[in-house]
Design a protein. Sequence first.
Length: 70
Amino acid sequence: MRNMSRNWPDWLPHPLWIRRKCPRCNSVNFKQAELRPFDGLLAMFALRPVRCLFCWRRYYWLTLRDAIAE
């Protein structure tokens, strides 16, 4: 999985599939990210935008509930 994240293009959304931990800084603190035009389409696949509170990188969580709810 680490190798896949290194080769992932920057223009594609970065999903956090299993662990809800930032791959860059190992933080577990996230907040809901600002909405972008294609987020509505990704919401149909239960992907919610979140942003790491430490390094501010943007990721997507696979969830059927609110992105911040644990």
